[in-house]
Design a protein around this ligand. Structure first.
Ligand SMILES: Nc1ncnc2c1ncn2[C@@H]1O[C@H](COP(=O)(O)OP(=O)(O)O)[C@@H](O)[C@H]1O
Ligand SMILES: [Mg+2]
Length: 244
């Protein structure tokens, strides 16, 4: 019997481009000096792809994630989502950011005076506005509870961040990042503040979200063992990305 042709396209080739980042430039002026941090960054994130960006400390990884995440305005270049060019500034950028992205940061950025459940609900309150939130309160709370269960915090919903371990705080932050069903999760050193064992659990969780729920994500990381588990790794060198 004849074998079938073995020209199976790679996973990336068959997937739809979701985010297309093109020619991003960013400099910072420090006194008389200008630091050219990003010098024309191009990258494409495909649907359901888990992409990692590595690079030396100070190479501009966080700066790049801020431009992609519409938290800052680049000096040049564009970001498109599903073919539409995204705004970098103003209320429109904030609205797009809230709908499109979930953010996970190294230091969690949780509100210490609110419970885990309230922290997860927060982006919904902000996104929906107070009165719309009031009408959907029950469903939103249910969803937040389900997300906290999903990240393994069934017994920690009423704890406040100071009463949680680092790994538990990051799990709350991941649940919060998912409350608006963002098409793209942006993570900046998600395991950077955790010991080896705890960070292993966070890596497993992120990987599982990608494999089980097909969550697309861009992961900035120092952590080689995390990068190795992603679909594709790019390295930021001299202000530009190259395949690793
Ligand atoms: N707001 C800023 N003003 C001036 N310099 C900055 C600013 N943000 C970042 N930088 C500089 O840009 C470089 C890249 O920073 P960053 O993106 O945080 O690097 P990484 O995340 O790869 O460690 C660093 O040298 C940093 O000092
Ligand atoms: Mg950084």
């Amino acid at each position: 019997m004849e074998h079938e042709a073995t020209t199976t396209p790679t996973a990336t080739e068959t997937k739809r481009p979701l985010l297309v980042v093109s020619g991003i430039e960013k400099s910072f002026r420090m006194g008389s000096q200008t630091l050219h941090i990003l010098r024309g960054v191009d990258l494409t994130l495909h649907e359901t792809e888990m992409l990692s960006i590595v690079g030396q400390s100070g190479s501009g990884k966080s700066t790049l994630l801020h431009q992609i995440g519409l938290l800052d305005k680049p000096d040049g270049g564009t970001v498109t989502y599903d073919g539409t060019r995204l705004p970098f500034r103003g209320a429109r950028a904030a609205a797009v950011r809230n709908r499109l992205y979930g953010f996970v940061f190294q230091f969690y950025h949780l509100l210490p005076e609110f419970t885990a459940l309230e922290n997860v609900i927060m982006p919904k309150m902000i996104g929906e506005g107070w009165s719309a939130y009031g009408r959907q309160k029950r469903e939103i709370k249910e969803k937040a509870r389900a997300l906290l269960e999903r990240v393994g915090l069934t017994d920690r919903m009423k704890h406040r961040p100071p009463q949680l371990s680092g790994g538990e705080r990051q799990r709350v932050a991941i649940a919060r990042a998912l409350i608006n069903d963002p098409p793209v999760l942006l993570c900046d050193e998600p395991t950077g503040n955790l010991d080896v064992e705890t960070s292993g659990g966070i890596k497993d969780l992120l990987w599982d979200l990608n494999r089980t729920e097909r969550q697309s994500m861009v992961m900035v990381t120092h952590d080689k063992s995390l990068a190795e588990r992603t679909d594709r790794t790019l390295e930021l060198v001299d202000g530009m990305l190259r395949a690793l």
